[in-house]
Design a protein around this ligand. Structure first.
Ligand code: TYD
Length: 233
């Protein structure tokens, strides 16, 4: 069995999951747990193709988009996530296959089929936090900082949210978080759940014997542009 812990953050854009993920990383470092911040899409070739299309405000066909998300996910699972889990690292993953079920399912692709394909090769998360929020409130948060990208349209996000809430029941170890609640309340809820896992696996206070301060990043776990990083302890 893997010694590490896979924690997944899911939710529509603007739900606040990235902020909470960073807060959790800081807290885990204080506990002496070694942790890696990863995201999907990742920095694989397929992931970069997806990001280029998003930044050019272009949407690919639903089928092409799904094929690229799946290729990216498979590659990241094999070359980055599984090796980290085997080394006792707490992996904080921004989006996993429930994103494909909700976002590509909302475009008319079969969510059952997406789930079935992803489960075949994806590592099972120890906990998945679904950040649930009204799409209007989420878009208002986004627009405070930047303009919305092609995934961030109200009518689309309304369906994506519905898909998330419908399909989360099929994800083992999933917790729905009220993302409209105060940040510190959400942070406490997340710490309690993840803290319990860290204690059970003996990964805190350097007990795992892995401290990464001064070490090189684990190969494949890169730091550029904030997409993925190894959090120092
Ligand atoms: P996002 O997490 O917002 O990345 P960034 O912060 O770099 O923009 O992901 C980009 C978009 O990709 C997001 O709107 C959701 C979408 N997405 C899917 O449609 N399907 C998927 O399987 C994944 C992982 C993401």
């Amino acid at each position: 069995m893997d010694r590490g812990i896979l924690v997944v953050f899911e939710g529509i854009d603007g739900s606040g999951k990235s902020t909470q993920r960073e807060m959790l990383a800081g807290w885990l470092a204080e506990q002496g747990a070694r942790c890696a911040m990863l995201a999907q899409p990742s920095d694989s070739l397929a992931g970069r193709m997806l990001r280029r299309a998003t930044h050019a405000h272009r949407r690919l066909s639903p089928e092409t988009e799904l094929a690229l998300f799946l290729r990216d996910r498979r590659e990241q699972a094999r070359s980055v996530i599984r090796p980290l889990l085997a080394q006792g690292v707490v992996v904080l993953l921004d989006r996993h296959y429930l994103s494909s079920v909700a976002y590509q399912g909302a475009l008319g692709l079969d969510p059952e089929e997406i789930l079935r394909r992803c489960i075949r090769f994806s590592p099972l998360a120890d906990v998945t936090f679904l950040f649930d929020i009204e799409p209007n409130a989420a878009l208002a948060r986004i627009r405070k900082h930047r303009s919305a990208d092609p995934f961030e349209r109200l009518d689309y996000l309304v369906i994506v949210r519905r898909m998330y809430l419908e399909w989360v029941a099929r994800i083992p170890n999933a917790v729905v978080v009220n993302a409209a609640a105060e940040g510190r309340v959400i942070a406490a809820q997340i710490r309690e759940t993840v803290g319990r896992l860290v204690t059970t696996r003996g990964l805190g206070s350097g007990q795992n014997g892995l401290r990464c301060a001064g070490e090189d990043p684990i190969p494949g776990c890169v730091r550029p542009s904030g997409r993925s990083s190894l959090h120092p302890v």
